[in-house]
Ligand binder design. Structure first.
Ligand code: FES
Ligand code: FES
Length: 182
């Protein structure tokens, strides 16, 4: 399905054509080259699940998956992602059919205000995949399959800030999913 997204009305530059595959649907957009991926998703496509916390790469609220890898969408220009597959929180699960990480966050009470939660969950999905691939983190003692410790989970999620401090429950939720898939 190809959908047309309208550019922002306040754009001063002529738009550059970009095609994004977002949550399984193709979108063609004409974008000011200065528009970030986060703004293209939120303002251009109306996908407001990804949050703008700091807008400078420090909080992780804007985390999305691009071609399966997590990135801070506030730090990336949309025109850099022509042809890329983007997954936002809206593409992971539904209320009726939660993604396993979403279900674990609910089960472990891993959210309070919930503002950071979409980024936390997208980041957790990416982190779990990296863990399963055996990729080391900064706290891994050696190369090879990492140990499933809370320190590993905390380190891998350290780019995502939760000012409500739901961290113990977030770690428990991610651990449950990692253990279930191990
Ligand atoms: S909004 Fe992107 S890291 Fe904070
Ligand atoms: S649940 Fe409120 S900032 Fe994380």
């Amino acid at each position: 399905m190809a959908l047309e997204a309208r550019p922002r009305s306040d754009q001063a530059c002529p738009g550059i054509e970009v095609t994004l595959m977002v949550n399984g649907s193709q979108f063609r957009m004409a974008l000011d080259p200065r528009v970030t991926l986060l703004d293209a998703l939120r303002d251009g496509l109306g996908l407001t699940g990804s949050k703008k916390g700091c807008d400078q790469g420090q909080c992780g609220a804007c985390t999305v998956l691009v071609n399966g890898r997590r990135i801070n969408s506030c730090l990336s220009l949309a025109i850099m992602h022509d042809g890329d597959e983007v997954t936002t929180i809206e593409g992971l699960g539904t209320v009726e059919d939660l993604h396993p990480v979403q279900a674990a966050f609910v089960a472990h009470d891993g959210l309070q205000c919930g503002y950071c939660t979409p980024g936390q969950i997208c980041s957790a999905v990416g982190a779990i995949d990296e863990f399963r691939q055996g990729l080391p983190s900064h706290v891994s003692r050696e190369l090879g399959p990492p140990l499933l410790t809370d320190d590993e989970i905390r380190e891998r999620m350290s780019g995502n800030i939760c000012r409500c401090a739901a961290y113990p429950n977030i770690v428990a939720a991610i651990r449950e999913v990692m253990e279930a898939r191990a």
